[in-house]
Every structure is written in structure tokens, then in C-alpha cells.
Design a protein around this ligand. Structure first.
Ligand SMILES: [Zn+2]
Length: 464
């Protein structure tokens, strides 16, 4: 039986069932906590699992079977995921989305057995988490003068943030679907909102504007300023209390070192700690934050840019997106855990012409040059981000993610040998129609894999 994501194994038993819901749940010790066995027979639907998660995934499978079939075929499905980390990221720093829209996205992701929401809530264009101890961070740090993104212009100021009660509502909503929420507080770069609020924490100490366009900016937090670091830690305290899961993302990407090179404080921090260059200083800075989080019982994820320098703690999980493959492979081979999110093709904010559905589906996390067999065991899973510099409507958000997140889900959950693009598309065609009827914007089939000329045209259209 073909489903999305494709189960580990299934056996059609012949005939159809007269019942539609689970009639018996049997707790079986020794199964993986996300594993289940679902047996649909003429008069019973039985689930075996060892934990609530296992029972939950059986109900998710059953829900999809009901979408696909008017009468449930009798079948036995044995299923468990390939990876423990099956992530999707939503950028609410560039543009915010309503709680209803977030719930719609989360529900669809849950139907595809994703289990990690990486919620990007701070960036150069705005800080979006209400904090009791730092009210000025949302008063000042959530407001930008206008939208001046390449193809999204708006002369009016853009502002907003999520109240703690709203964040809790999303966390509770996710918890019911066994989705962990991982907040991202990006540092030392992508910190214009923080530095706009506290300009004394930049190397130069002068005013920093909240950015109104996309890009990589030189305004980063001073790594030699103890008060800046203790403020970041105090903000992390409040973030950790609000997001009660065991993991926090602290970014670490795209942090130009121009200011650190000419900053007395940063240079002194390097001398005092025997650090040779600014990239290593970033490792030192990130290690300090990770150690602080570890003492609070939290694990830490950073983007692979942090591996440009030497000395990043192997206890930190690396999220791979682009560049320095050699150093990433070396870190992963020597024990660092990794989440695979290669820009090409996992960044679904890029057009279908550039990252077609088939390319997303064909992404194989283990095909990473330099990884040893031992290193491959450190792949925790995959994640697909949707960045929103160019997305400010619900329809656009959904159109870019769906159906590409159906493909990501199958890579995250299903055994490599069980993947089959033609069969996937056959089920997807049917399933996409059901979701459209429920109000989800899913790209038309004609958009999924454009012809070469169309691909070129759409890619160019996106950049010009
Ligand atoms: Zn500095």
C-alpha cells in the first residue's frame, strides 16, 4: 500500500473493513517509541505500540488512509521512522503569520509525521518573542520602517511579536501532535533587532537600524563585551522557560567579522583566550552559550557556518545548509550530530523552477562527501526551511511548502529503499486534491517539475 510518507512495510490482507476507527490498542514492550503495527481487518482495527507516540502515528496513518479510500482495505502495516529528527522551519522574523495560519501549517506537517518545528523568531528584520524582563526588545526591536525586499515593497512600518500566551498556545497545539518546538535566537550575527535596542552591545557602540531588506549585515554582537553576553544569556533564560523542550537553536550563521577585526574588546578577548582568528572567536562565543544552555539541561543547534573556525564543541548539533562540507564531514565523523538541510534543494522559499519537487524528493542525506560509515550514524535527520523575505501571505507560504514538504517528509520518515518517485506522485496527486478541498493551497501538478526552459524562466523571474 502506498502512503506518504511510505511505511516501512505493509501487506494487503484482502477485502475491506466495515469499521473506520481503532477498536483495540495493545501496548507492546520493546518497540521503538515511534513504532506501531496497524492491522485493519474486516471487523477490527488494532494497533500495537509501546508508547503514546507509536499509537499516535498509527492514527495519523489511518487518517490518511481514510482520505485516500472510501472503504478501508484490510491491511497490516509495520512502521517506524528512518530518522528521529524530522523538521520544518518557519521564519516569522521577516514576516509574521497568524496563529491560525501557523496551526494550519503545523497540522499539515503533523499529518506527514514531522516532529520538530524550528521556529525562527529573531533576525535583522525583527525580534518576535514577548519577554517580561526585556520589554524594550519588542517595543523597539520588533518594528522596522518599511518593507524594502526585492519583490516585496511596502512604505508602511512593519511590526509585531507573539505574546507569551500565543507562543504557549502554539507549543500546546504542537505537543498534542508530538511536535517539539525549537526556538531560534540567532547570534552573534542576524542581530540588528537586538543591537537596535541595545546599541552598546555592538563593537562600535553606535546606532544600528532594523533592516528593511534581505541580506547579510556587518552589525553583529561584540564577542568581547561581557555585558552583551550576559544579556544574551538572560534572554536565553526566559526563552528556555517559555519553550520547555530540550533544544534551543542559536543560529551562528552569516556573521561577518569586519567589526571584530577592528574592535579592541574582541581582540583582547582573543589574546586572553589564546585565540588566533575571528572565526575561532565565534566558536569560543558559541561554545560559551552552549555550555550555559547545557547547564540548564538544554541541547543546542547551530548552523554549519560555526564550523568555519576550529574548536566548536562536538556536543553542539550542527544544521548543515551550505558551504564548508569538508569541515562539516570532519566534525560529524568525529562525533558531532548533524541535521541535513542543504540549501539545494531543501530551501523551499526558492521557486519550483530552481528546486523542483523531484529534486526535493531525491535528496539523500547520506550523500554527503567525506562522511564515513560511522559519521553517517550521526545524522539525526532532515529539515526544510521556509524563509519569508519574499513571502507575506498565507497562500504564498502554503504554495511554496506544499507539496514539497510531502517529499521532505518521505525522506525523513521512509527507508531509502522504499522511496519511488512515480508511486509517490500517484498518491500525492490524489492527496493534494483532498487537502485543496480542505482549504490548503497546494501547487498544481503542472508546477511541480517544470520543463528545462520553464525552470530557467522561473528561476530568472525570481531573481530579477
Ligand atoms: Zn567587539
Amino acid at each position: 500500500m502506498r502512503l506518504i510518507p511510505q511505511p516501512l512495510s505493509s501487506e494487503l490482507l484482502g477485502g475491506f473493513s466495515s469499521v473506520k476507527d481503532i477498536t483495540e490498542r495493545i501496548t507492546v514492550d520493546g518497540m521503538n517509541e515511534e513504532e506501531y503495527e496497524l492491522t485493519v481487518s474486516a471487523e477490527n482495527i488494532t494497533v500495537k505500540a509501546s508508547s503514546d507516540k507509536g499509537f499516535y502515528y498509527a492514527t495519523v496513518t489511518l487518517k490518511q488512509m481514510k482520505l485516500l479510500y472510501d472503504r478501508l482495505p484490510c491491511v497490516r502495516i509495520n512502521d517506524r521512522p528512518r530518522y528521529p529528527y524530522r523538521g520544518f522551519m518557519i521564519d516569522c522574523a521577516r514576516h509574521m503569520f497568524s496563529l491560525d495560519e501557523l496551526k494550519k501549517m503545523i497540522s499539515t506537517a503533523a499529518d506527514l509525521k514531522f516532529n520538530k518545528l524550528h521556529w525562527h523568531l529573531s533576525d535583522d528584520q525583527g525580534f518576535r518573542i514577548e519577554l517580561d524582563n526585556f520589554p524594550e526588545l519588542t517595543e523597539k526591536g520588533s518594528v522596522r520602517d518599511c518593507d524594502n525586499f526585492r519583490n516585496l515593497k511596502n512604505p508602511s512600518p512593519y511590526s509585531g511579536y507573539y505574546k507569551k500566551s500565543e507562543i504557549r498556545e502554539i507549543i500546546d497545539f504542537c505537543a498534542k501532535k508530538y511536535i517539539d518546538v525549537i526556538p531560534e535566537f540567532d547570534m552573534p550575527g542576524h542581530q540588528s533587532a537586538f543591537l537596535h535596542t541595545y546599541p552598546q552591545f555592538s563593537c562600535k557602540g553606535t546606532a544600528v537600524e532594523i533592516k528593511t531588506k534581505e541580506g547579510i549585515f556587518k552589525d553583529i554582537v561584540c564577542a568581547g563585551n561581557e555585558e552583551a553576553k550576559s544579556t544574551l544569556k538572560a534572554i536565553l533564560d526566559e526563552i528556555c522557560e517559555l519553550f520547555y523542550y530540550d533544544t534551543v537553536h542559536i543560529g551562528g550563521d552569516e556573521a561577518p567579522k569586519n567589526n571584530w577585526k577592528s574592535c579592541e574588546k574582541c581582540q583582547r578577548a582573543m589574546r586572553e583566550n589564546g585565540i588566533n582568528n575571528e572565526q575561532d572567536l565565534q566558536c569560543h562565543f558559541i561554545n560559551e552559550m552552549a555550555e550555559y544552555l547545557a547547564n540548564k539541561g538544554k541541547k543546542c543547534i547551530v548552523w554549519n557556518d560555526c564550523l568555519k573556525g576550529d574548536g566548536l564543541s562536538r556536543d553542539i548539533t550542527v544544521q548543515y545548509w551550505m558551504g564548508n562540507k569538508c569541515k562539516t564531514a570532519k566534525a560529524v565523523n568525529s562525533g558531532a550530530e548533524v541535521i541535513m538541510s542543504s540549501f539545494m534543494p531543501m530551501y523551499v522559499d526558492y521557486p519550483y523552477g530552481m528546486h523542483p519537487l523531484k529534486a526535493v524528493y531525491s535528496y539523500e542525506p547520506e550523500d554527503f562527501s567525506g562522511l564515513t560509515q560511522e559519521g553517517k550514524k550521526n545524522i539525526l535527520g532532515v529539515e526544510s526551511p521556509i524563509w519569508t523575505e519574499y513571502i507575506d501571505t498565507d497562500e504564498r507560504l502554503e504554495y511554496m511548502c506544499f507539496p514539497r514538504w510531502f517529499a521532505v517528509a518521505e525522506t525523513a520518515w521512509s527507508k531509502k529503499e522504499n522511496k519511488d518517485y512515480k508511486k509517490f506522485c500517484f498518491v500525492l496527486d490524489n492527496l493534494a486534491e483532498k487537502y485543496r478541498r480542505e482549504g490548503l493551497t497546494v501547487a498544481d501538478k503542472a508546477e511541480w517539475d517544470p520543463e528545462p526552459m520553464q525552470r530557467l524562466k522561473r528561476t530568472l523571474g525570481f531573481f530579477i
